[in-house]
Design a protein around this ligand. Structure first.
Ligand code: NAI
Ligand code: MG
Length: 493
């Protein structure tokens, strides 16, 4: 039987950029090494694109936009191409999943079932939506006709992170391409491989050359050049709050390009004593913090449990923790893989040290694992007796570390839940309908879960309040980011 390791030995990790429909190295000929977090193996070299390559890619995207080779195709024509793009992603699903796992360390099982499937579904959904959306006519006086139409914004830059490389790319390029824009995508330097492969697949599906370009490179080089570019009309960013602020500054400092940001989180998960199903609450709380090695912007990293049920909750939680022991990401049974790179590993271990230093009580994990592999793994970790002032309760860790706090009064829990610069997700578990609604209204977050944490569908918006960003990915609302509204007044009679 061929294993994923056998297949990995065959896979081609082409790190060249994709500009104007062709694979090219950076003009400077600079490259950087791409190492796998699974075991430190070298996957290949990647083009280190900089402002020169950005100028070339933006010019290609602009030319494609202006001549209408994509923008002026009918929505039904764009739909057909995007649906084919999604089909081809699924046809190449094993290869894409393998590239994702090798590049950033997530379990192969989820690269297939979550990343490939959700990314393809996203492209297909926006393709299918675009020929079903009508424009508007305003209710003006009889001597005029006022049309309100949506137009593609032009050249869209997408800058995406490494935790869901393909899916975050799909959340940007799906609505942007469907609306008729040209796109320049910059994947994270930690995970460039699937984005580059997607560009080839898009071309095969019929997305014309120049419409979808991918530039690998570093944030302060290729990323900043895109954010500062005078001919980029819009930027869709997912990443840290620190860089999100810089993106908005660079937009203001250059051409006031529309800047949309999906940033960090420190999501609060409030479990009340009257929770209808404690086992379900425990499973969701533990499963969601450890999913994707804890490298999720919406991970429920602050768990608030009502004092009277805390011991029972933690006993059940501790019984589940061993199921999340890190394993070989290329093994079908693994549910927790490798941390993306040495830098992120150091960040996570630093937060674990901070937990100890601040006096939190370690209940599980706390150490590196599988060090003999040469890869980067962290045990599923729980700290109890955390309070809101501690570093591990305030800062985004982006690793498999859960901070447990307790409460006796749900209003106080909400106050603490909201005492953060972030506002991405939150959850409340209670059988009391009024309490559920009042609490969800009071939580300052873009998404609030009631008696679940895994609600997820392309039909619902995703994004944050406060410093978790602005604008929304997913759903029809995402079109607001990648289109301009035009009013046309017509004199009648
Ligand atoms: P980051 O924010 O530095 O990187 C995200 C993207 O922005 C990457 O493509 C990067 O190359 C680009 N970038 C970096 N500096 C830039 C600049 N000056 N101009 C333009 N683009 C730039 O995130 P990083 O370093 O990869 O992770 C650091 C922390 O950020 C994590 O520990 C985590 O807390 C948070 N993070 C949050 C994510 C989310 O989904 N909300 C995703 C990834 C990271
Ligand atoms: Mg990598």
């Amino acid at each position: 039987m061929t294993t994923w390791h056998d297949k990995a030995a065959e896979v081609k990790a082409d790190g060249r950029a994709f500009i104007g429909g062709e694979r090219v190295w950076a003009k400077s000929e600079q490259q950087f090494e791409n190492l796998s977090p699974i075991d430190g193996r070298k996957l290949g070299m990647v083009a280190r694109c900089d402002s020169v390559d950005v100028d070339i890619a933006v010019a290609a995207a602009r030319a494609a936009f202006e001549d209408g080779r994509w923008a002026r195709k009918s929505p039904a024509q764009r739909k057909r191409v995007l649906v084919k793009f999604a089909d081809l992603m699924q046809k190449h699903g094993q290869e894409l999943a393998l590239l994702e796992t090798l590049d950033m360390g997530k379990p192969i099982k989820y690269s297939q079932s979550v990343d490939v499937n959700s990314a393809a579904n996203c492209i297909r959904w926006y393709g299918e939506a675009i020929d079903k959306i009508y424009d508007e006519i305003a209710p003006t006086a009889a001597n005029s006709l006022a049309l309100i139409t949506r137009e593609a914004v032009g050249v869209v830059a997408a800058i995406v992170p490494w935790n869901y490389p393909m899916l975050m790319a799909a959340w940007k390029i799906g609505p942007a391409l469907a609306a008729g824009n040209s796109v320049v995508l910059k994947p994270s330097e930690k995970s460039p491989l699937t984005a580059l492969r997607l560009a080839e697949i898009a071309l095969e599906a019929g997305v014309p050359p120049g419409v979808f370009n991918v530039l690998p490179g570093f944030g302060h080089e290729a990323g900043a050049a895109l954010a500062l570019h005078m001919d980029v009309d819009c930027i869709g960013f997912t990443g840290s709050t620190r860089i999100g602020k810089q993106i908005m500054q660079m937009a203001g400092q250059s051409n006031l390009k529309r800047a949309w940001t999906e940033l960090g989180g420190k999501s609060a998960n409030i479990v009340c004593a009257d929770c209808p199903d404690l086992d379900a609450a425990v499973e969701a709380s533990i499963g969601s913090i450890y999913f994707n090695q804890g490298e999720s912007c919406n991970a429920p990293s602050r768990l608030f449990v009502e004092e009277s049920i805390k011991d029972r909750f933690l006993e059940k939680a501790l019984a589940l923790v061993p199921n999340f022991a890190p394993g070989d990401p290329l093994d079908d049974n693994t549910v927790m893989g490798a941390i993306v790179d040495a830098t992120q590993l150091k960040t996570v271990m630093g937060y674990i040290e901070a937990g100890h230093a601040d006096g939190a009580r370690l209940l599980a994990g706390g150490k590196q694992a599988r060090t003999e592999t040469g890869g980067y793994y962290v045990e599923p970790t729980i700290f109890d007796q955390v309070n809101s002032g501690m570093t591990i309760a305030r800062e985004e860790i982006f690793g498999p570390v859960l901070s447990v706090l307790s409460f006796t009064d749900v209003q106080d829990a909400v106050k603490q839940a909201n005492a953060t610069p972030y506002g991405l997700h939150a959850a409340v578990w209670t059988a009391d309908l009024s309490k559920a609604i009042q609490t969800s209204r009071a939580l300052r977050a873009g998404t609030v879960h009631v008696n679940q944490y895994d609600g997820d569908d392309i039909t619902v918006p995703f994004g944050g309040y406060k410093q978790s960003g602005n604008g929304r990915d997913k759903s029809l609302h995402a079109f607001d980011k990648y289109t301009e509204l035009k009013t046309t007044w017509i004199q009648v009679g």
